[in-house]
Design a protein around this ligand. Structure first.
Ligand code: UDP
Ligand code: MG
Length: 159
């Protein structure tokens, strides 16, 4: 059984020129890209995406950060993909994210430092936290025609 998960490369990933390195890590783990597009997020979609955080202090700056430049949306397919991608992404707070993870290797800000500055943690990437969240988020950001699922990777027999 495979499942599809959803990620967003946030504007800080594009501004820092890290998209290739981040996507490589996801591809290297054997995950299959089934949708990918670069867009400029609008405020209402960003608010809906992060609706679970409504009312938190960082909610408004978080939505503003997501809308502050282009983002790349991806759907990735594989076994246990939600869990695998969260593992590769690392902890929310870069200070605590383990070395070897995307956030641990490319960012270092802490909650305290973020509070002194933009009020939000810049941590490069969003990844769905459950199969249910992935389904909700993909239906928010993608249309049916965005998916190209019918292909195999040359190494699919190993996964
Ligand atoms: N965030 C923040 N301060 C916090 C918690 C979260 O700035 O105290 C931001 C951070 O960019 C994070 C996003 O809000 O990635 C969504 O928070 P969540 O707890 O869902 O973390 P994630 O699932 O991205 O690890
Ligand atoms: Mg989350």
């Amino acid at each position: 059984m495979t499942e599809t998960t959803f990620i967003i490369l946030k504007p800080d990933a594009l501004r820092r020129g890290l998209t290739g390195q981040i996507i490589s890590r996801l591809e290297n783990a054997g995950l299959r890209i089934v949708a990918m597009k670069q867009i400029q997020a609008d405020t209402s979609t960003a608010e809906e995406h992060y609706r679970e955080h409504q009312g938190r202090k960082f909610y408004k700056p978080l939505v503003e950060l997501l809308c502050s430049g282009p983002i790349i949306l991806m759907a990735l397919d594989g076994a246990h993909t939600v869990e695998i991608v969260r593992k590769l992404v690392g902890a929310t707070e870069p200070l605590k994210a383990a070395p070897g993870t995307i956030r641990g290797d490319f960012t270092h800000i802490s909650y305290d430092r973020a509070a002194e500055r933009l009020g939000v943690i810049s941590n490069l990437i969003h990844a769905s936290d459950s199969h249910k969240s992935a389904e909700r988020e993909m239906s928010l950001w993608f249309d049916k025609k965005d998916y190209c699922k019918d292909y195999l990777r040359c190494d699919d027999m190993y996964f």
